[in-house]
Design a protein around this ligand. Structure first.
Ligand SMILES: [Zn+2]
Length: 207
């Protein structure tokens, strides 16, 4: 799948809690491609030995030297993902949710890459088995992918807006009025105001 779709899927599935979680999930979604195809592209640009020529076409992973293929094998292996996730889980003593976006990246890539262009080595190093999927650039994959992303993000935005308006309505309900206008509420806010005024008036500027 393309990098942008990976980032958007990872963010919406594993990063809905807050902005930080979203950005973290997006990062773990795009890292498998940046640390593999990104590194391969960099090596080509740097003129590393044994690298294939692009010349109007995208070379397949098998045309790269073995050590370069290793980047793609590691970042697109469910075995590597499982081992790294287990290690992180043991270290943190909890599941680090944004990291799961890496696993989602591999699962999305398996059916959206053909053997002709970067098939997903999801069982590396246990097995060399790869699925001959449909390349993500095909409209059969790209059109439903964009449509689904639009639907999922629209649902997320509408749900967020509904949640915020529900919170506003809760404050407007008569049952919450004593909290604001009751004796205790007024006393609490008055003391808060007195403390603020005291703090401001007792401020002595440094000489
Ligand atoms: Zn990928």
């Amino acid at each position: 799948m393309d990098v942008l779709s990976h980032g958007l899927w990872g963010g919406v599935v594993f990063g809905r809690e807050n902005k930080r979680a979203f950005l973290c999930a997006v990062a773990f979604s795009v890292l498998p491609d940046l640390l593999s195809e990104g590194v391969l592209l960099l090596l080509v640009l740097l003129g590393a030995e044994g690298m294939p020529k692009f010349e109007g076409r995208h070379p397949n992973i098998t045309e790269f030297p073995g050590y370069a293929q290793g980047f793609y094998d590691f970042t697109h292996s469910l075995v590597a993902f499982g081992l790294v996730s287990a290690a992180v889980c043991l270290l943190l003593r909890r599941i680090f949710r944004p990291l799961l976006a890496w696993g989602l990246h591999i699962l999305i890539d398996i059916p959206t890459h053909s053997v002709a262009l970067f098939p997903t080595p999801f069982l590396w190093p246990v097995s060399d088995f790869k699925i001959n999927g449909i390349g993500w650039a095909s409209p059969v994959i790209l059109v439903p992918d964009i449509a689904l992303l639009i639907v999922v993000y629209a649902i997320w935005v509408v749900r967020n807006a509904a949640g915020k308006s529900r919170a506003c309505l809760r404050w407007a309900q008569p049952s919450s009025w004593p909290r604001w206008f009751g004796f205790r509420g007024v006393r609490r806010r008055s003391w808060w105001l007195v403390r603020k005024i005291r703090k401001i008036t007792s401020f002595v500027p440094p000489r």
